[in-house]
Ligand binder design. Sequence first.
Ligand SMILES: *Cc1c(COP(=O)(O)O)cnc(C)c1O
Length: 510
Amino acid sequence: MPTIWDGVWTDWSFEELAFEIFSLYIDPSEIPSRDLKNIVNKSYSTFRAPDVTPLVTLDQEKQLYLLELFHGPTFAFKDVALQLLGNLFEYFLVRKNGEKPESERDHLTVIGATSGDTGSAAIYGLRSKKDVDIMIMFPEGKVSPVQEAQMTSVLDRNVHNVAVDGSFDDCQDFVKELFGDPDIKRTHQLAAVNSINWARILAQISYFAFSLGRLLRDGKINASSKVCFVVPTGNFGDILAGYFAKRMGFRIEKLVVATNENDILDRFWKTGYYEKKPIHGPHANGGFAEDGVKAHEDGVRETPSPAMDILVSSNFERLLWFLAFEVYGRCLNTVEEKRAEAGQRVKGWLDQLKSKGGFGVEPKLLEAAKISFESERVSNKQTIAMIKQQYSAQTPAAKEGTSSGTTGSTTRGKYILDPHSAIGVEAALRSIQRAPPPGTTHVALATAHPAKFSKAVEEALGSEKGFQFRSLLPEQFIGLEELEKRKYYFKKSEGIEGLRKFIREQVPSR
Ligand SMILES: *Cc1c(COP(=O)(O)O)cnc(C)c1O
């Protein structure tokens, strides 16, 4: 069997490469190779594109490629991780339970709160799986109609959608309370699928490697080419996977953090300060939106790219740990000492984040962060403008029809970006100005299908001659809203007791 390191890997299929990468982190004593292979194949058989995550040419001259990550069941990139995670949960439970009768089987209940994409991807990852139920809470009326329909039209018995008459934060508070609830602990074994889940990060390493392999195989780059990946970023899970791919040895020159107006990460790279309310940096205004953009009480701004609307990024502390290890571990001798030092530093920063709402790092740490990363902030206006601009350009990706799974492009040479992907492309174009071709090649990640975000796409393209949103809809979306639905309405005022009662009645116990 050839390995990733001997150059043969560039011909491998997505599944083959993913299996090899996962095998480096999952010991065969944990999951035998044959089983892992089956899990990988099963997870990606639900994707519509033969390449799973196809790479398309967006601009030949600029050497700009788009890595389409939205060919999974819910049309957004979270499927890549959550299809795998669902199968892993089922594998471990079924193996543990063996042939036990129903009453003696271990049962897992996955719970989560969502404002959109995570919920549907988790539901599609776990629907109909054995020995596991999933309960997703979402704020009634605040999730886009497509996203809600995607969740509530899943009628499998192990799926429970709970609509709450409150905000996303209310949902999240209930989920947190459930995790700490001693009563529920006695009857149900709870699990989370949030974005700090390591298996999710691991799954996402695969497509950074795969797209490099395709560029090499097709002669678009050679072994010494510089490749930058541009990642629309929210919780820093996707781009952290890219960082791990780089540290594994895949040749990645830079990772470009692309944020929307919720720009805590961009401000960090510009100033060295990581602050909930912007005090330092070019967009400092003390946390108040003074430019007409709506902001929530906590300071989260409303943007056309809701999957990236975050106040703090939950995976960012992991990068900080690696940077602290490198910078402050330099003068220490043993790995144990370096780890302890890195842990202490990160703890100090996070304590300040909690108590003071932010922290700053020393210049040498920021310098280390800039070795592998760049950052860009893309405003709401620029996001919409980018969708329009790309639509007006003739795109080889759309003309060639090279990616048969591509439903993001129309057949007339026009590529339609979703607002999240548009942020990536805008950031990529800025990065290309700093590091132009032929020296550097850019790959922007396309994280969602445009049909999921009709409001932004209509706003950008509604006035274009010949544009019809309906023609953009994949067949899976047509009639989605008329399908039979199931959801449980939950009143905030019913409190945790009401929720406990619902779970006891609807969800099998452990
Ligand atoms: C979740 C999500 C992102 C952000 O990914 P992170 O891993 O949280 O940085 C970007 N785009 C879309 C469409 C998403 O669903």
